[in-house]
Unconditional design. Structure first.
Length: 265
């Protein structure tokens, strides 16, 4: 399985000029990497300005380069529903028409600051998959939940609730699901967790995914790790066969750091 390296820029950088510069340096240095899928997720406002060559295909715009474009969220309704009367929201269809192929969903910062619930996330996962985009679903326990021995219970519940609306979808849609194990306490500047802890979470998620979707589909769903990954620690995680990639926040804003991580995959 190709390692998936995702750059989550969060609410950065502050200007379009810096966003373009960052995007172009990463694209230039990683576009020819083999066996790695590099996904860059800038804020919505920069998505149509960063250059990613794409072709029009019946299922949507497909990027030609090895570097793919992703967004950090989307709304669950289509723009066509209710004449798009969802002020301030961005649909999966809009993202697809722009050449986006990936959407990060359920990030803990959105759960924490925007009060996103598993139910909302489940609707978003469904909308993203039904639009032939890849959903990068984040799950993970908080420090308190870990300290009180609830990690497995939390992961199981988040998976069950966030995937509720896609159970029974045809395999071709489910093939576009990616799950990130991102312990909230391991996000920078606090983390990372140890490789053993990451592996334990990832194997538990894999087991549950197989229970939910069955062996044939479940085994093919990539599970990646997120939380304080940088050029110094990336290899420790990436060398593990069961860790199918990494989601990188702070270090993805430094092109040298992020390029080094992608190279180590
Ligand atoms: P971090 O962020 O790499 O800065 O810890 C990861 C994330 O929250 O996506």
């Amino acid at each position: 399985m190709k390692k998936i390296i995702v750059a989550n820029w969060k609410m950065n950088p502050a200007t379009l000029q810096s966003a373009k510069r960052l995007f172009d340096s990463i694209k230039k240095a990683t576009k020819n990497l083999k066996n790695v899928e590099v996904v860059i997720c800038p804020p919505f406002v920069y998505l149509s300005n960063v250059k990613c060559p794409y072709t029009a295909e019946p299922s949507g715009l497909r990027q030609m380069s090895n570097v793919k474009l992703g967004s950090q969220d989307c709304f669950w309704e289509n723009s066509l529903k209710n004449r798009g009367a969802f002020t301030g929201e961005i649909s999966a269809l809009m993202l697809k028409n722009l050449g986006c192929q990936y959407v990060i969903l359920g990030h803990s910062e959105r759960r924490q600051y925007i009060n996103e619930t598993d139910e909302m996330i489940s609707k978003k996962v469904e909308a993203v998959l039904k639009n032939d985009l890849r959903a990068i679903l984040c799950i993970g326990e908080t420090k308190k939940e870990r300290e009180t021995g609830q990690t497995k219970k939390v992961l199981k519940t988040q998976l069950k609730k966030c995937l509720k609306k896609i159970i029974g979808l045809p395999a071709r849609f489910l093939a576009n699901l990616i799950v990130v194990y991102e312990p909230v306490w391991a996000i920078s500047p606090n983390g990372p967790c140890s490789v053993a802890e990451a592996l334990e979470g990832i194997l538990f998620i894999k087991k549950n995914i197989v229970q939910i979707f069955g062996q044939k589909i479940g085994k093919k769903i990539p599970i990646i790790y997120g939380g304080s990954i940088n050029s110094q620690n990336a290899y420790e995680f990436l060398k593990e066969k069961e860790i199918n990639g990494v989601l990188v926040g702070a270090a993805s804003l430094n092109p040298d750091e992020f390029i080094s991580i992608a190279n180590q995959a």
